[in-house]
Design a binder for this molecule. Sequence first.
Ligand code: NG6
Ligand code: CA
Length: 513
Amino acid sequence: FKSMCVLAPMMLLGACSVANDDKPIVSDSDNKSQQKPNIVIFYVDDLGYGDLSAYGAKHVKTPNVDELANNGIRFTDAHSSSATCTPSRYSLLTGEYAFRNKASVLKGDAAMIIKPEQPTLAKVLKKAGYQTGVVGKWHLGLGDGTKPIDWNQAVKPGPLEIGFDYSFLLPATGDRVPTVYLENHHVLNLEKSDPLIIDYEQKVGNRPTGYENPELERQAADHQHNKTIINGIARIGWMQGGHKAEWKDEDFYKVFTDKANDFIRQNQVDPFFLFFSFSDIHVPRLPNERFLGKSGMGVRGDSILQMDWMTGQVVKQLKSLNLLDNTLIIFTSDNGPVLNDGYDDKAVELLGQHKPAGPFRGGKYSAYEAGTRMPTILHYPNQVKPGVSDALMSQVDIYASVANLVGIDLNQDEAIDSQNRLSAWLDASEPGRQYLLEESYTLSLRDGQWKYIKPTDKKAAWVTNDKNIESGLSPSAQLFNLAQDPQEQHNLAMKKPQKVSELKQKLDAIVKR
Ligand code: NG6
Ligand code: CA
């Protein structure tokens, strides 16, 4: 691809012809089409393979996302790099597997796990002349870890130090303090007279807590989520002060959509990269009243509707600014679905016939397929032919693929796990990877239709019997043939020891590289 045309986007747009000396020739009249495509990543939190009507959901309708799927490529075997949030985000932005950095689900006051000197996808795009922004859930930590974060000062390093020009964040997760927005380096609406203090070890402040006053909780919380109550929801961790800065979870749908659309509007002249990272459909699920009760499936379904609406609003604005045709959109999720993730919000009771993981086994936290197999859509009008792709794809490859698209060469030691799979992202008939690594509380390897899960004696954090989550962990090796057994019901490890050792070696080689 690269050898044919240095500036890949121009080739896509048919604006580049190759002369004898292999240099692209662009005529003046092609200037308009020379414009590099805008890139928008819609990154949903905890959305399962079966949670979109485009992926077969019957009991919840997602017309806005479906429209992207119908006019783009819908992938059936595309994966987040991990079955939890922080590691998947780490891989997406660095092109490196999270296990290399021991990245796992972070506390709300953790230091940033991407170091300012590290290469990132955002930096690649900056180098290519893009304006870069992140809006929504972060959960990659903040600060350098040399001292506790002081939320009353400039909070950094953060996204702005790793390649983003603008950031508007939910700092960790909706269920973790601090429950405030962070715009660039500062907590929004924070008053000097009411400093914000966070503690994950002991109680600070005099707000009620879930363990002391469970009667004040709107959704009963388990013992990990029962600390400071804010907006009627007990959170993980304690929070003091910052009253004026507190978010209202029910406003997320508008606040984040508006910020995303502001960013797009302000940067419409230059190419831009927007990482739009939803808080939906992670717990606590508190959709706005305009979506409440609309799915008939309780707040989890309503949150899916909210997420769909938000997606639609951003696409609508791209359209109205005449930017949609020149915008490459990737819509996907960070890890598989979960019903009970710490709050009694009736997600289990009201589920009905809906299957969040679609036809697959497991979900969030799980080594089984539903942990990482994500609904994944690529939309790029006029440039990609709509279709369905069964290629084996990984989010860790977005880095190198996008770099190729915008004509940036990567250094040898940059994004070491990321492969340029641009051709498969843009063409449903192109093959994807042969091998793919899945991270959970163990590692798994896909080799085509084969799936090997590395044995471990570990227990998966957060996976308790009452939550009905299948970790997929086992002290013995597991081997499945997904072509015959997509549900991972029949462990073939004993029958096929050679296949097991072949895949084990392959996996070990990736780990050691
Ligand atoms: C866990 C939380 C869970 C969720 C998860 C992160 C407990 C028992 N569970 O620590 O509710 O917040 O972290 O989810 O504390 S993720 O999608 O960001 O990975
Ligand atoms: Ca998640």
